[in-house]
Design a protein around this ligand. Sequence first.
Ligand code: ADP
Length: 447
Amino acid sequence: MSFLHPLKVYNWYYPVIITTLVVLGVLSTFFTYTKITATTEDSFLQNARTITAAVGTDKLLNLTGTTADLTNPDYLSLKAQLEQTREANTDIRFIYFLGSSDGMPFFFVDSEPSSSSDYSPPGQTYPEASQLVHSILSGKTPAGIEMSSDRWGTWVSALVPVINPNTNKAFALMGMDIQATSYSRSIFLYTSLPAIGVSLILVLVVIGSVIRKREEQFSRLKSDLVSMASHEIRTPLTGVFWSAEGLSKDMSNLSEEQKSSIVLIKNHTKDLLNTINEFLDSAAVERTGKNEIAKEKIILRPFLDEIIKDSSLVVQEKTLKITFDDSIKPDTYIVGDRNRLKKMLSNLITNAIKYSKDGLTITLGNTHHRSSSIFWVKDYGIGIPENEQPQIFKGFFRASNAKRFTDNGTGIGLHYAMQVAELHGGRIWCESKENIGSTFFAELPNS
Ligand code: ADP
């Protein structure tokens, strides 16, 4: 992420993710619906067949389909069986056997107790019977499931023929009814699970995209302010710096107090100018194409000496020891834009100096591979808390322990270093443990 050109954050993937999720949601809901409907219908029908087989046809063949059956032991036994089966399957409302006389369906027996207002005595006709009922009773359709309404309500019914073993023809039908609303509710419940899952993910993605947009707006505002302020401040500040520089050239007539004030002004304005230049160059780096950068071969050792010299006062004050690893040979080189690489390496080295406690050692090294070189800086300083490490290259971020350790810092140096490494086609990363130390790595292509 850039803090000077946040618009370069590409958000094209949000619409793609959202569209993919919507398509996935619709497809998975449709797939689940067809699967669940088929499975439920299958098991419902299977249940009806099992009950029909368990009841058997013998007793049914002995019935007349008239009120005379009321005293028939086969009728009473069948009725008891149906009542028990219904009680054991609470989702089933009615189980019944129908016959047909002159094309009019009638009840042989049902699962309702005779005291119930929904009870159908033997011989009661069923004129509301659907096309499917007629078709099964006449042997034209093997079995089926349908939703239909009659005087008792609206039902989903499993309908299975009862075959006379002597004629091998359907002479009755076994029906099993489930209330249509509870049937649809259970199908809806299972079908909606993938839709609910996908919707939840969708909500999270949308929230993420809104937060991201807000962050971008805020970041853009911050960038504009920083750019404007930097431009406005740089010119007068450069004037102050050069005036102080001019004054510091001849300080023979000044008192010690005046001399140290001039040096202080010069050093502080120089630091401030460096920071401002880094802000502005960060924007320039964003605009620079990879093929526009210089590809200078830079011998590393003298380059690093130059960088370290700029910090020699602090190094002395903190009694730090800067050592070179054997991997830096006299001819070890890196390739790229001299000025920007100098700032990049300088940021990594001055951080190691800044965040080291007095008297410690800092080591610089460079691992040369065939196509790239990895420059590294190892310190035994304050380290970076693990949970804050992902943030340190983002710009304007300072870890909590760094803020406690020193006020001196803007949180822009590492972001700039990362931009420079990426501009060269390389990358930057760190390994760090709080209170133990950090190693920063910058990989650059060799050509
Ligand atoms: P700053 O001006 O705060 O040093 P940088 O962008 O250079 O900003 O670094 C960002 C943050 O990364 C620092 O504030 C600090 O928390 C952490 N950091 C960078 N280098 C080191 C280091 N060598 N040791 C410990 N923390 C570091």
